[in-house]
Ligand binder design. Structure first.
Ligand SMILES: *[C@@H]1O[C@H](CO)[C@@H](O)[C@H](O)[C@H]1NC(C)=O
Ligand SMILES: *[C@@H]1O[C@H](CO)[C@@H](O)[C@H](O)[C@H]1NC(C)=O
Ligand SMILES: *[C@@H]1O[C@H](CO)[C@@H](O)[C@H](O)[C@H]1NC(C)=O
Ligand SMILES: *[C@@H]1O[C@H](CO)[C@@H](O)[C@H](O)[C@H]1NC(C)=O
Ligand SMILES: *[C@@H]1O[C@H](CO)[C@@H](O)[C@H](O)[C@H]1NC(C)=O
Length: 728
C-alpha cells in the first residue's frame, strides 16, 4: 500500500466493473456474499497489514500580511488563476466552452405532462401540487450559446441601460443560467437574491443596488405587484414562462414597467443583434446577497476573476471530469455553492439537467405517485448537496430498511458495518472485492433512488457529520468532496479530495489561494498549539472577492490587502491544520462567549454535542456574560417525548402543554446532562436551565437559514422573554 496512486487506480477499475457483474443475483449471491464477505477480509488483511502512509495534501508556505500559519495546496507551487489561457472572465470562458463542446448536450429540462392537486389527508383542507414530468429534453452547447447571445442583445433592445444592474430572483432553471451568461456578455452586473428570503430583504437588496431590470419566475409577478410602490428603481420585468399557467398582473396600472417574457426578449435580440461589450477580469460579475445570520442581507461583490479562479481550482478536484458526465442541478443558483458548481460543469463540457428539491426522487413530495423523480430519469454521475439534504436521504433510507425488518434489515446492517470498518481502514486490502459483493446485493437497490450512476458528490454549505459522510460513501458508493468556502471567497477556499475518506475535515486549500491561521489569543486558539496549529481562518488569493456593496466599514473590517497586493478575507471561523495539510473547522469566533468568571464557552460546540440527545430536535445555547452559567432553547422532538410521557403516565392536553410541564423539563434536562457528560463538556458549558419549545424552527419562519443553520439574533429576538425568564 506504499503507492497511494497505484492503489486507487486499482479501486477505480473495480468500481467500473461492478456495474457489469452479478446483474442477476438471488439467494446464491447472498450465500456467496456472506462467505466471501467473511473469508476474504481475513485473508487480505493478513496480506496487507501494514501502516498506510499519509498522503500530503497541503504544505506550509511563506506569505505576506499578518503573521500566522499558512498552507498552500501540495499539487501546485504557483497559484492558479484561470482554467486555461485566454479565459480571464466568465464571459470568455463560457464562449470558449460553447465553441469547444458545440455539439455536446448542455442544458436539459423536463416538460410538464400533467399537474394535479391532491387534498391533504389531515382534514386541514390544504391542497398539494403533484407533477407528472417527462423525459429530459436537451439543448447543445452551440444552441445555448445562440440563446445567450440573443438574450444579451434582447436585454438592451428591451431598454435596459447597461450602466444599471439586473437582478435575478427565481428558482434554479436553465433560463437562469442563460440570463446570467447573457448579462455577462454585456458587462452587466447581476444581483442575486435567494428566492426564500423575505420581502424586506428583497426590497432592501433591489433598492440598495438600484436594479432597473428584474428577472423572475412568472409565479412571482403577483407578489411583486403587491410591493410595487417600494420598488422604485425597477423599469423592466422579464419573467420565465411557466409550462402550465400564465400569471398576469392584477394591478390596473402596469404602465411604468416594461414587462416581457423571456422568449420575447430572446426574439427581440435575434431580430436585431447588438454589439458585444465583454467584461474584464476586475469587472463585478455578481452582487450576491447572502442570507447571513444577523440583520439585513449583505451584498458580496464577486468579480469575473473570482469566478474563473474558483472554477479553475475546483475542476481537478473531481476525478476524470468531462463531457461523459451528467450533473443534476437543483440547489438555488442564487447560492454561491451552486453557481460555482455549474461554472465548473460548463467549463468541463458536462451535461447539466435541471431539477428541484421537491421533485428529486420518485418519492419526493411534488412527484405524482407512480411517476419518476428527476434523479431516476436523469441518472446523474455528479450531484451537489448540502448536509441537511444528505441527512434527509440517510434518514429516509434507514426508515425504509427499518420498515422491511427481518432478514433485509439484518443483511443491510451487517453489510453496512462491514463496509464501515473497511472505509475506516481496518482492512483496506479487501476493499475492492468485498465492496463489489455488498454493492451488488445490498446497496445497488438504494443507489437507484438517485439514478444508480452517481460517482461523485460535492457537499458544502455547512459541516457534514461523519455518519452522513460514511453513509454516502457506503450506500451511494460515491466519494464526497467536502468544500469549505464562503460567498466572500466565491466558494473557493478548501476542498477535500476524493481519495480522502477521513471525516470531519474540509481538505487542503484550493490551488487558487492560501489559507492562513491567525492566533486568537482571547479565545485561546494559537498557531503554536499542540498537536496542531489553531487559529482564525484567513483566506487569501484569487477567489477573494471585492468586498461588500456600499459597505466600506464592514469591508475594511474583514478584508485586508497585504504588502504584496494579495487580498485576504477574515472568515471568523476557527480551524486547525492536520499534519497532512487538511483543514478542520472547529469553532466560530462569534459563537464563543466569555462568562462572568472568565471561562469561555463555545455555543456551537455545545449545541453540536447536545443535539445528539433524543429529545432534542433543535437547540440554541445562550450565554450571558453577566452570569456564570448558560441556558438553552430546546425544540422538543415529538415522538420520543410522547413515548416517554406515555410510559411515565403523564397526562397532557396537547404537545405545547406537555412541553410546559415541569416533569417534562426535568426529564429532558437529565437526558441532556447525560449526553453532555458523555461528550466531556465542562460544568459551565452545560445549560443550567432550558425552555422547551413545541414548534420546529424552519427557514420560512426566518429562525434558521436555508441551510438550516440557526440564526442567533432572530431567535434571541423572538424568544427574548423566555431567555430573560431563564436568567431570572
Ligand atoms: C431606498 O434607498 C434610498 C437611498 O438610496 C433610501 O432613501 C430609501 O428609503 C430606500 N427605500 C426603501 C423602500 O428601502
Ligand atoms: C411606477 O409607479 C409606481 C406606482 O404606480 C410608483 O410608485 C413608482 O415610483 C413608479 N416608478 C417609476 C420609475 O416611475
Ligand atoms: C465593465 O463594467 C464596469 C462597471 O461595472 C466598468 O468599470 C468596466 O470598465 C467595464 N469593463 C469593460 C471592459 O468595459
Ligand atoms: C474545563 O474547565 C477546566 C477548569 O474548570 C479548564 O481547565 C478546562 O480548560 C475546561 N475545558 C474546556 C474544554 O473548556
Ligand atoms: C455560579 O456561581 C455560584 C456562586 O456565585 C455558584 O454557586 C455556582 O456553582 C456557579 N455555577 C457555575 C455553573 O459555575
Amino acid at each position: 500500500m506504499a503507492d497511494q496512486k497505484g492503489s486507487f487506480s486499482w479501486l477505480q477499475s473495480l468500481n467500473i466493473s461492478d456495474i457489469f457483474v452479478w446483474k442477476d443475483h438471488g439467494e446464491y449471491g447472498a450465500v456467496a456474499a456472506i462467505v466471501i464477505g467473511i473469508l476474504v477480509p481475513i485473508l487480505f488483511s493478513a496480506l496487507f497489514l501494514g501502516k498506510k502512509r499519509e498522503k500530503i495534501r497541503g504544505v506550509p508556505v511563506e506569505v505576506g500580511g499578518e503573521a500566522g500559519y499558512a498552507v498552500r495546496n501540495a499539487r501546485k507551487t504557483e497559484l492558479v488563476e484561470v482554467p486555461w489561457e485566454g479565459a480571464p472572465t466568465m464571459a470568455h470562458l463560457f464562449q470558449q466552452a460553447c465553441k469547444k463542446y458545440t455539439h455536446n448536450r448542455f442544458l436539459g429540462r423536463r416538460k410538464l405532462i400533467e399537474k394535479e392537486f391532491v387534498q391533504s389527508g389531515d382534514g386541514s383542507g390544504r391542497r398539494y401540487e403533484k407533477l407528472h414530468l417527462g423525459k429530459y429534453e436537451w439543448e447543445t452547447y452551440g444552441e445555448v450559446f445562440a440563446r445567450v447571445s440573443n438574450f444579451a442583445s434582447g436585454l438592451l433592445k428591451l431598454g435596459h441601460n447597461t450602466d444599471s444592474r439586473v437582478a435575478i430572483f427565481a428558482d434554479t432553471c436553465a433560463e437562469w443560467l442563460i440570463a446570467l451568461q447573457g448579462c455577462f456578455r454585456q458587462n452587466v452586473t447581476v444581483v442575486t437574491i435567494y428566492a426564500s428570503l423575505g420581502e424586506d430583504a428583497l426590497i432592501h437588496s433591489l433598492n440598495e443596488t438600484e436594479v432597473s431590470t428584474l428577472i423572475c419566475d412568472s409565479s412571482q409577478l403577483k407578489k411583486l405587484d403587491a410591493i410595487r410602490s417600494k420598488l422604485t428603481s425597477i423599469e423592466n420585468i422579464i419573467y420565465f414562462e411557466d409550462d402550465s399557467k400564465q400569471d398576469t398582473f392584477s394591478g390596473e396600472d402596469a404602465s411604468n414597467w416594461t414587462i416581457a417574457s423571456f422568449s420575447e426578449v430572446e426574439k427581440l435580440g435575434k431580430e436585431s443583434p447588438v454589439e458585444l461589450s465583454m467584461p474584464s477580469k476586475n469587472s463585478i460579475a455578481v452582487i450576491m446577497y447572502t442570507s447571513g445570520s444577523t440583520g439585513l442581507p449583505k451584498g458580496v461583490m464577486i468579480t469575473h476573476g473570482n469566478i474563473v479562479a474558483t472554477t479553475a481550482a475546483v475542476m481537478p478536484v473531481i476525478p476524470n471530469l468531462g463531457s461523459h458526465d451528467v450533473y443534476l442541478a437543483y440547489l438555488p443558483l442564487a447560492h454561491v455553492f451552486e453557481m460555482a458548481a455549474e461554472s465548473v460543469m460548463l467549463a468541463a463540457g458536462v451535461a447539466i439537467g435541471y431539477g428541484s428539491p421537491l421533485t428529486l426522487t420518485d418519492t419526493s413530495s411534488k412527484i405524482k405517485e407512480g411517476t419518476k423523480g428527476d434523479a431516476s430519469v436523469l441518472k446523474p454521475t455528479l450531484l451537489t448537496a448540502v448536509p441537511a439534504i444528505i441527512d434527509r436521504i440517510r434518514d429516509g433510507v434507514l426508515k425504509k430498511v427499518g420498515k422491511k425488518g427481518g432478514l433485509v434489515k439484518k443483511l443491510f446492517h451487517f453489510a453496512y458495518n462491514r463496509r464501515l470498518a473497511a472505509v475506516k481502514g481496518s482492512f483496506l486490502g479487501a476493499w475492492g472485492l468485498e465492496k463489489l459483493v455488498w454493492d451488488t446485493i445490498v446497496f445497488k437497490q438504494i443507489r437507484t433512488a438517485l439514478g444508480g450512476q452517481l460517482r461523485f458528490m460535492l457537499c458544502g454549505g455547512a459541516p457534514l457529520s461523519g455518519d452522513s459522510q460514511h453513509f454516502i460513501n457506503i450506500c451511494m458508493g460515491a466519494p464526497i468532496g467536502q468544500g469549505y468556502g464562503l460567498t466572500e471567497t466565491f466558494a473557493g477556499a478548501a476542498f477535500s479530495e476524493w481519495d480522502d475518506y477521513s471525516v470531519g475535515r474540509v481538505g487542503p486549500p484550493l490551488p487558487c489561494g492560501y489559507i492562513k491561521l491567525v492566533s486568537w489569543e482571547e479565545g485561546g486558539y494559537l498557531t503554536t498549539d499542540k498537536p496542531m496549529p489553531r487559529g482564525e481562518i484567513v483566506v487569501g488569493g484569487f477567489s477573494v472577492t471585492a468586498g461588500y456593496f456600499k459597505n466600506p466599514e464592514k469591508t475594511e473590517e474583514v478584508f485586508k490587502v497585504d504588502e504584496k497586493g494579495m487580498r485576504w478575507f477574515y472568515t471568523g471561523d476557527i480551524g486547525q491544520f492536520h499534519p497532512d495539510g487538511c483543514l478542520e473547522i472547529i469553532d466560530r469566533k462569534k459563537d464563543i462567549v466569555k462568562l462572568q468568571h472568565g471561562e469561555y464557552i463555545s455555543l456551537g460546540k455545545v449545541e453540536a454535542a447536545l443535539s445528539s440527545c433524543d429529545y432534542v430536535d433543535n437547540i440554541m445555547v445562550h450565554a450571558d456574560p453577566f452570569h456564570n452559567y448558560s441556558v438553552a432553547l430546546v425544540v422538543a422532538s415529538h415522538q420520543p417525548l410522547k413515548k416517554w410521557a406515555e410510559q411515565a403516565g403523564i397526562s397532557y392536553n396537547d404537545f405545547p402543554d406537555l412541553c410546559n410541564k415541569p416533569e417534562t423539563v426535568t426529564e429532558v434536562m437529565q437526558s441532556i446532562s447525560k449526553v453532555a457528560k458523555a461528550a466531556k463538556l465542562n460544568k459551565s458549558e452545560i445549560p443550567a436551565k432550558i425552555k422547551l419549545l413545541p414548534d420546529p424552527w424552519t427557514p420560512e419562519s426566518g429562525l434558521v437559514t436555508a441551510a438550516l443553520k440557526i440564526k442567533r439574533e432572530q431567535l434571541k429576538n423572538k424568544f427574548k422573554e423566555d431567555l430573560q425568564k431563564l436568567y431570572a
